[in-house]
Design a protein. Structure first.
Length: 277
Protein backbone atom coordinates (compact mmCIF):
# COMPACT_ATOMS: atom_id res chain seq x y z
CA UNK A 1 0.00 0.00 0.00
CA UNK A 2 2.07 2.89 -1.31
CA UNK A 3 1.44 6.46 -2.37
CA UNK A 4 -1.94 6.84 -4.01
CA UNK A 5 -3.27 3.61 -2.49
CA UNK A 6 -2.20 4.78 0.97
CA UNK A 7 -3.92 8.13 0.50
CA UNK A 8 -7.08 6.41 -0.76
CA UNK A 9 -7.05 4.17 2.33
CA UNK A 10 -6.81 7.21 4.59
CA UNK A 11 -9.68 8.94 2.82
CA UNK A 12 -11.81 5.80 2.92
CA UNK A 13 -11.35 5.60 6.69
CA UNK A 14 -9.51 2.27 6.50
CA UNK A 15 -7.12 1.46 9.32
CA UNK A 16 -3.44 1.63 8.44
CA UNK A 17 -0.73 0.25 10.72
CA UNK A 18 2.84 1.44 11.13
CA UNK A 19 5.73 1.94 13.52
CA UNK A 20 8.72 4.23 13.99
CA UNK A 21 11.96 2.98 12.46
CA UNK A 22 15.11 4.28 14.13
CA UNK A 23 17.60 1.62 13.00
CA UNK A 24 19.40 2.14 9.71
CA UNK A 25 20.76 -1.42 9.65
CA UNK A 26 20.02 -3.21 6.35
CA UNK A 27 19.08 -6.29 8.41
CA UNK A 28 16.19 -4.35 9.94
CA UNK A 29 14.54 -4.22 6.52
CA UNK A 30 13.65 -7.92 6.34
CA UNK A 31 12.48 -7.92 9.96
CA UNK A 32 10.07 -5.06 9.29
CA UNK A 33 8.73 -6.72 6.15
CA UNK A 34 7.73 -9.76 8.22
CA UNK A 35 5.45 -7.70 10.49
CA UNK A 36 2.89 -6.88 7.81
CA UNK A 37 2.86 -3.09 8.20
CA UNK A 38 1.14 -0.64 5.87
CA UNK A 39 3.63 2.17 6.49
CA UNK A 40 6.91 2.97 8.20
CA UNK A 41 7.59 6.21 10.04
CA UNK A 42 10.92 8.01 9.96
CA UNK A 43 11.18 10.84 12.47
CA UNK A 44 13.76 13.29 11.14
CA UNK A 45 12.67 15.67 13.91
CA UNK A 46 14.15 13.51 16.69
CA UNK A 47 16.31 10.83 15.05
CA UNK A 48 19.72 11.64 13.53
CA UNK A 49 19.40 9.89 10.16
CA UNK A 50 22.00 10.48 7.50
CA UNK A 51 20.04 12.13 4.63
CA UNK A 52 21.37 9.75 1.98
CA UNK A 53 20.61 6.73 4.15
CA UNK A 54 17.10 8.00 4.84
CA UNK A 55 16.51 8.42 1.12
CA UNK A 56 17.62 4.84 0.42
CA UNK A 57 15.39 3.54 3.23
CA UNK A 58 12.35 5.39 1.90
CA UNK A 59 12.91 4.04 -1.59
CA UNK A 60 13.55 0.49 -0.38
CA UNK A 61 10.35 0.33 1.66
CA UNK A 62 8.40 1.97 -1.14
CA UNK A 63 9.66 -0.69 -3.56
CA UNK A 64 8.53 -3.34 -1.07
CA UNK A 65 5.00 -1.90 -0.99
CA UNK A 66 5.24 -0.15 2.40
CA UNK A 67 4.45 3.56 2.47
CA UNK A 68 7.30 5.73 3.84
CA UNK A 69 6.21 8.59 6.13
CA UNK A 70 8.83 11.20 7.06
CA UNK A 71 8.38 13.74 9.84
CA UNK A 72 10.27 16.93 9.05
CA UNK A 73 11.88 19.32 11.54
CA UNK A 74 9.29 22.10 11.49
CA UNK A 75 6.29 23.40 9.50
CA UNK A 76 8.35 24.32 6.44
CA UNK A 77 7.18 23.84 2.83
CA UNK A 78 10.82 23.67 1.77
CA UNK A 79 11.55 20.77 4.13
CA UNK A 80 8.34 19.06 2.98
CA UNK A 81 9.48 19.26 -0.65
CA UNK A 82 12.92 18.00 0.34
CA UNK A 83 11.38 14.96 2.08
CA UNK A 84 9.32 14.12 -1.00
CA UNK A 85 12.36 14.48 -3.24
CA UNK A 86 14.22 12.10 -0.91
CA UNK A 87 11.63 9.39 -1.46
CA UNK A 88 8.89 9.96 1.10
CA UNK A 89 5.31 9.45 -0.01
CA UNK A 90 3.81 11.08 3.09
CA UNK A 91 5.08 14.10 4.99
CA UNK A 92 4.26 14.48 8.68
CA UNK A 93 4.64 18.01 10.01
CA UNK A 94 5.27 18.62 13.74
CA UNK A 95 3.71 21.16 16.09
CA UNK A 96 1.35 22.79 13.61
CA UNK A 97 -0.44 25.83 15.05
CA UNK A 98 -1.11 28.25 12.18
CA UNK A 99 -3.52 27.81 9.25
CA UNK A 100 -1.19 29.86 7.04
CA UNK A 101 1.52 27.25 7.60
CA UNK A 102 -0.88 24.46 6.64
CA UNK A 103 -1.87 26.29 3.45
CA UNK A 104 1.79 26.64 2.45
CA UNK A 105 2.37 22.95 3.22
CA UNK A 106 -0.60 21.95 1.08
CA UNK A 107 1.01 23.93 -1.72
CA UNK A 108 4.32 22.13 -1.26
CA UNK A 109 2.84 18.62 -1.07
CA UNK A 110 -0.17 18.83 -3.41
CA UNK A 111 0.78 21.44 -6.05
CA UNK A 112 4.37 20.57 -6.97
CA UNK A 113 6.24 21.78 -9.02
CA UNK A 114 4.43 25.11 -8.78
CA UNK A 115 6.01 27.62 -6.43
CA UNK A 116 6.57 31.30 -5.75
CA UNK A 117 3.99 34.00 -6.38
CA UNK A 118 2.02 31.88 -8.85
CA UNK A 119 1.47 29.16 -6.26
CA UNK A 120 0.58 31.80 -3.69
CA UNK A 121 -2.10 33.26 -5.99
CA UNK A 122 -3.54 29.79 -6.67
CA UNK A 123 -3.66 28.84 -2.98
CA UNK A 124 -5.45 32.10 -2.11
CA UNK A 125 -7.97 31.74 -4.95
CA UNK A 126 -6.66 34.67 -6.97
CA UNK A 127 -5.73 32.53 -9.98
CA UNK A 128 -7.18 29.34 -11.47
CA UNK A 129 -5.20 26.65 -13.22
CA UNK A 130 -6.11 25.65 -16.76
CA UNK A 131 -7.67 22.22 -17.19
CA UNK A 132 -4.44 20.84 -18.68
CA UNK A 133 -2.30 22.25 -15.89
CA UNK A 134 -4.69 21.00 -13.22
CA UNK A 135 -4.55 17.49 -14.71
CA UNK A 136 -0.75 17.68 -14.75
CA UNK A 137 -0.51 18.80 -11.11
CA UNK A 138 -2.92 16.10 -9.96
CA UNK A 139 -0.97 13.39 -11.77
CA UNK A 140 2.37 14.73 -10.56
CA UNK A 141 1.30 14.65 -6.90
CA UNK A 142 -1.01 11.63 -6.89
CA UNK A 143 1.25 9.65 -4.55
CA UNK A 144 1.79 12.45 -2.00
CA UNK A 145 -0.08 12.85 1.27
CA UNK A 146 0.12 15.46 4.02
CA UNK A 147 -0.19 14.59 7.70
CA UNK A 148 0.03 17.11 10.53
CA UNK A 149 0.79 16.76 14.22
CA UNK A 150 -1.65 18.27 16.70
CA UNK A 151 0.38 18.91 19.86
CA UNK A 152 -0.65 22.21 21.46
CA UNK A 153 -3.64 24.29 22.60
CA UNK A 154 -3.27 26.47 19.49
CA UNK A 155 -3.27 23.42 17.26
CA UNK A 156 -6.43 22.10 18.91
CA UNK A 157 -8.10 25.52 18.67
CA UNK A 158 -7.34 25.85 14.96
CA UNK A 159 -8.03 22.23 14.01
CA UNK A 160 -11.23 22.97 12.06
CA UNK A 161 -9.43 25.67 10.06
CA UNK A 162 -6.67 23.19 9.16
CA UNK A 163 -9.15 20.56 8.04
CA UNK A 164 -11.12 23.00 5.86
CA UNK A 165 -8.15 23.86 3.61
CA UNK A 166 -8.78 22.26 0.19
CA UNK A 167 -6.56 20.87 -2.52
CA UNK A 168 -7.40 20.17 -6.15
CA UNK A 169 -9.03 16.81 -5.42
CA UNK A 170 -10.28 17.00 -1.85
CA UNK A 171 -8.98 17.99 1.57
CA UNK A 172 -5.50 19.47 1.66
CA UNK A 173 -4.71 17.61 4.88
CA UNK A 174 -4.96 13.83 4.57
CA UNK A 175 -4.69 13.07 8.27
CA UNK A 176 -3.85 14.34 11.73
CA UNK A 177 -1.51 12.54 14.09
CA UNK A 178 -1.53 13.27 17.81
CA UNK A 179 1.84 13.73 19.46
CA UNK A 180 0.93 12.61 22.98
CA UNK A 181 4.14 13.70 24.70
CA UNK A 182 4.04 17.29 23.42
CA UNK A 183 0.24 17.39 23.68
CA UNK A 184 0.26 16.30 27.31
CA UNK A 185 3.01 18.73 28.31
CA UNK A 186 1.52 21.70 26.45
CA UNK A 187 -1.74 21.11 28.34
CA UNK A 188 0.23 20.79 31.60
CA UNK A 189 -0.51 17.13 32.25
CA UNK A 190 2.91 15.70 31.32
CA UNK A 191 2.86 12.04 30.30
CA UNK A 192 -0.46 11.42 32.10
CA UNK A 193 -1.64 9.40 29.13
CA UNK A 194 -4.10 7.31 31.12
CA UNK A 195 -5.73 10.22 32.91
CA UNK A 196 -9.36 11.00 32.20
CA UNK A 197 -8.40 14.55 31.20
CA UNK A 198 -5.88 13.43 28.59
CA UNK A 199 -8.12 10.69 27.22
CA UNK A 200 -11.01 13.12 26.88
CA UNK A 201 -8.82 15.64 25.06
CA UNK A 202 -7.19 13.15 22.68
CA UNK A 203 -10.44 11.34 21.91
CA UNK A 204 -12.19 14.62 21.10
CA UNK A 205 -9.47 15.60 18.59
CA UNK A 206 -9.75 12.23 16.88
CA UNK A 207 -13.53 12.36 16.77
CA UNK A 208 -13.65 15.96 15.49
CA UNK A 209 -11.29 15.00 12.69
CA UNK A 210 -13.03 11.77 11.73
CA UNK A 211 -16.39 13.58 11.71
CA UNK A 212 -15.05 15.61 8.78
CA UNK A 213 -14.01 12.48 6.90
CA UNK A 214 -10.30 12.96 7.48
CA UNK A 215 -7.98 10.31 8.88
CA UNK A 216 -6.79 10.57 12.47
CA UNK A 217 -4.58 8.76 14.91
CA UNK A 218 -1.58 9.26 17.13
CA UNK A 219 1.93 8.02 17.73
CA UNK A 220 2.17 5.98 20.91
CA UNK A 221 5.94 6.30 20.85
CA UNK A 222 6.63 4.96 24.32
CA UNK A 223 6.61 1.65 26.15
CA UNK A 224 3.46 0.08 27.59
CA UNK A 225 1.33 2.01 25.10
CA UNK A 226 -0.80 -0.77 23.62
CA UNK A 227 -3.84 0.22 25.68
CA UNK A 228 -3.70 3.80 24.39
CA UNK A 229 -3.41 2.62 20.77
CA UNK A 230 -6.47 0.41 21.30
CA UNK A 231 -8.42 3.18 23.03
CA UNK A 232 -7.83 5.64 20.21
CA UNK A 233 -8.80 3.05 17.59
CA UNK A 234 -11.99 2.27 19.51
CA UNK A 235 -12.80 5.99 19.42
CA UNK A 236 -12.36 6.28 15.67
CA UNK A 237 -8.63 6.49 14.97
CA UNK A 238 -7.63 4.82 11.72
CA UNK A 239 -3.93 5.75 11.71
CA UNK A 240 -2.39 3.24 14.12
CA UNK A 241 1.19 4.44 14.63
CA UNK A 242 2.45 2.28 17.45
CA UNK A 243 5.76 2.32 19.32
CA UNK A 244 9.17 1.87 17.62
CA UNK A 245 11.73 -0.71 16.61
CA UNK A 246 14.01 0.25 19.52
CA UNK A 247 11.34 -0.38 22.16
CA UNK A 248 10.16 -3.59 20.53
CA UNK A 249 13.77 -4.84 20.60
CA UNK A 250 14.37 -3.67 24.17
CA UNK A 251 11.16 -5.26 25.46
CA UNK A 252 11.94 -8.58 23.77
CA UNK A 253 15.53 -8.57 25.08
CA UNK A 254 14.40 -7.75 28.62
CA UNK A 255 11.73 -10.45 28.53
CA UNK A 256 14.15 -13.14 27.34
CA UNK A 257 16.99 -12.23 29.72
CA UNK A 258 14.59 -12.10 32.68
CA UNK A 259 13.30 -15.53 31.73
CA UNK A 260 16.87 -16.87 31.68
CA UNK A 261 17.69 -15.19 35.02
CA UNK A 262 14.52 -16.58 36.61
CA UNK A 263 15.45 -20.09 35.53
CA UNK A 264 18.85 -19.61 37.19
CA UNK A 265 17.45 -18.13 40.38
CA UNK A 266 18.74 -14.62 39.69
CA UNK A 267 16.94 -11.30 40.10
CA UNK A 268 15.10 -9.78 37.15
CA UNK A 269 16.08 -6.50 35.57
CA UNK A 270 13.26 -4.01 36.15
CA UNK A 271 14.89 -0.93 34.61
CA UNK A 272 12.87 0.53 31.74
CA UNK A 273 13.72 3.51 29.58
CA UNK A 274 10.96 6.11 29.61
CA UNK A 275 12.21 7.92 26.53
CA UNK A 276 9.44 8.79 24.11
CA UNK A 277 9.31 10.29 20.64
Amino acid sequence: MVGQDFRHALRAGNRVYGTLITSTSPKMFDSVLSVGLDFVFFCAEHVAYNPETLSWMCRAFKAAGINPVVRILEPSPFLATQALDAGACSVLVPYVEDAADVLALVGAVKYRPLKGKKLERILHGDETLSADMQAYVLAHNRHNSLLINIESPEGVKNLDAFLSIPSLDGPGVDGIVLGPHDLSTSFEMPEKYGSEEFLKLSRSIIQRTRAQGIAAGGHTGFRNSVDLSIDWAQHGANIILHCSDMFFSADKAQHDFNRIKNSLGESENTLRSQESI
